[in-house]
Design a protein around this ligand. Structure first.
Ligand code: FPP
Length: 252
């Protein structure tokens, strides 16, 4: 049993998260970087930079408390619509993060994975991602999924097209597609569905994130912008999750 005392005066409450019952897979829509920066009179890119600090803390904590999968929505298929400077800054932050954090993540047994169509990312990003994955794929701790050029609809379309190609090439024999077969073609193949999806910053929508996988995920929202999101907020989400009644459409 983990004992955690929330320090913020406004919320004097003791939270106990049950370490034997943590979610297997946590997925986070890291939102509110821009608003965080604007509120401080800073350029948006400073919000993303501050967001990377939060990533460091949250990844470390997830690894410590025994989470098996953490999926972070870092760049969506729609984020290409942003100004070129912002897109470039995000790509640069990704490379810096992978370079700076690699040793520690590897030491902590983390598998650095990515989901999404990274073929459209700049070459240096693809190289860092491929190398990070190759060097950590045999680790046995937390799998950190960085969702990059990720879109839930694109993922489903890519899966269907991959499946159709395999049927045409004679690599797959099937006359009816089942959930099991389709799941083998998703980016998240062999991974459990997210137990909980967390979205900070006050927005309450999915934004094309894990559309197939979130069929029975619990949702958790908070008004805190991602750069201000702390380990304590994560534990609050986990605590809430542990007090929900998950029935998966059945009855108890
Ligand atoms: C959403 O906030 C955030 C993003 C689109 C990017 C998230 C990326 C990072 C935190 C850093 C880079 C990633 C890695 C893996 C190093 P927003 O910009 O939409 O915020 P707003 O809604 O307040 O404008």
């Amino acid at each position: 049993m983990f004992f955690f005392k929330r320090s913020k005066k406004k919320h004097q409450e003791d939270l106990h998260i049950d370490l034997d019952n943590v979610p297997e897979h946590i997925a986070i829509i890291m939102d509110g970087n821009g608003r965080w920066a604007k509120a401080k009179g800073l350029p948006r890119t400073m919000g993303h930079k501050a967001g990377v600090e939060t990533i460091r803390n949250i990844v470390k904590d997830c690894s410590n408390i025994g989470i098996k999968y953490l999926t972070l929505y870092a760049f969506s298929t729609e984020n290409w619509k942003r100004p070129k400077d912002e897109v470039n800054a995000l790509m640069e932050l990704l490379v810096t993060y992978l370079r700076q954090e690699f040793e520690e993540l590897n030491r902590n047994n983390v598998i650095i994975n990515n989901i999404g169509d990274i073929s459209m990312l700049p070459k240096r990003c693809r190289e860092e991602l491929d190398s990070a994955y190759e060097r950590t794929k045999n680790n046995t701790g937390l799998t950190l999924n960085l969702a990059l050029n990720y879109g839930g609809r694109k993922e489903i379309l890519d899966a269907v097209n991959g499946l159709v190609d395999d049927i045409k090439d004679g690599k797959l024999q099937c006359t009816k597609v089942t959930e099991d077969i389709l799941e083998r073609y998703l980016y998240t193949k062999d991974m459990p569905d997210p137990d909980i999806i967390i979205r900070p910053s006050g927005e309450q929508r999915l934004s094309n994130f894990l559309l197939w996988q979130c069929a029975y995920s619990e949702f958790w929202y908070s008004n805190i912008n991602w750069p201000d999101f702390t380990k304590e907020d994560l534990h609050k989400a986990i605590w809430d999750y542990q007090h929900r009644d998950r029935r998966f459409g059945g009855i108890k």
